[in-house]
Design a protein around this ligand. Structure first.
Ligand SMILES: Nc1ncnc2c1ncn2[C@@H]1O[C@H](COP(=O)(O)OP(=O)(O)OP(=O)(O)O)[C@@H](O)[C@H]1O
Ligand SMILES: [Mg+2]
Length: 254
């Protein structure tokens, strides 16, 4: 289970983020980057953050700790900015939080070095979940305490927007030509050999169990939250086996 905290103070919006994530303080005195259920991108973005973030972490990649943040919309009343006030007011209940990495720098492919092994692991993982948001223009990678951290997995698993076509969509290739780490000679074959056998049904079941029920309720075509959780397992399991053969746009892959 993700740790549950209660938001006690809205500190500031993070302007770089398209969905207007905010910095909040919680009842455990932690500072979190908060992503809101009421944001235009919708709650599936938050589901994707949990599934991909928790999967990446279990595969040995660095992802800031995720928590759920309970929000009382009253917290928005004192906000001077209309946009922030609207966001807080429409996000009562369970939202997503992430440990704030204080002092982290945005990853710049021209300023930092990443080894072929690590680059391969990140790229293989992005191909698995079909992450379209790790380009050199918008890497969604942070450098913190000398190491690479993965953030922002909201734009992944496009198939969860159209469940009837999910299995077919999961078979599609991954174009890595714009990937932020494509220039670091990513060793995708080594990553596949290491990671693919670890993406098991058990692991994916463990990961999807972390999705809060509130974000799964009422999905058309699914009777229960657990039915919907199982729908996330199938395409990822199918894709893990052969995705490295479907990565295009980097030389290392035949
Ligand atoms: N855990 C964190 N620690 C420190 N800074 C963070 C963290 N998470 C996000 N940020 C900062 O906030 C910015 C926006 O976060 P994020 O990319 O997750 O939001 P988004 O709204 O999904 O963004 P996008 O514009 O890419 O859709 C990041 O680019 C980064 O600068
Ligand atoms: Mg981002």
């Amino acid at each position: 289970m993700l740790k549950e905290v209660i938001a006690t103070r809205y500190i500031t919006p993070l302007r770089e983020g398209g969905s207007l994530p905010g910095l909040v303080e919680a009842d455990d005195f932690g500072t979190y980057v908060m992503k809101f259920t009421g944001a235009g991108q919708g709650r599936k973005t938050l589901v994707a953050e949990v599934v991909c973030g928790e999967l990446a972490r279990r595969l040995g990649l660095r992802v800031p700790r995720l928590v759920t943040v309970e929000l009382d919309p009253v917290l928005g009343l004192g906000e001077p900015e209309q946009q922030v006030q609207d966001l807080l007011r429409s996000s009562g209940g369970t939202n997503l939080g992430m440990d704030f990495l204080s002092g982290a720098l945005g990853f710049d492919p021209l300023a930092f070095e990443v080894g072929p092994e690590e680059a391969g692991h990140v790229l293989w993982f992005d191909a698995l979940v079909n992450n379209v948001d790790r380009s050199w223009r918008n890497p969604n990678l942070l450098m913190w305490q000398g190491e690479l951290w993965l953030i922002d997995h909201g734009a992944t698993m496009i198939w969860h927007h159209n469940w009837p076509g999910a299995e077919a969509s999961a078979a599609r290739p991954y174009d890595a030509s714009d990937h932020a780490l494509a220039r670091f000679a990513p060793d995708v074959a080594a990553a596949a050999a290491d990671l693919a056998p670890r993406v098991t049904e058990d692991l994916l079941t463990e990961v999807t169990a972390e999705i809060p029920d509130a974000w799964l309720a009422g999905e058309p075509g699914f009777d229960t939250a657990d039915d919907l959780r199982r729908a996330y397992v199938r395409p990822l399991l199918a894709r893990a086996a052969a995705v490295h053969e479907r990565i295009t746009g980097i030389e290392e892959v035949a």
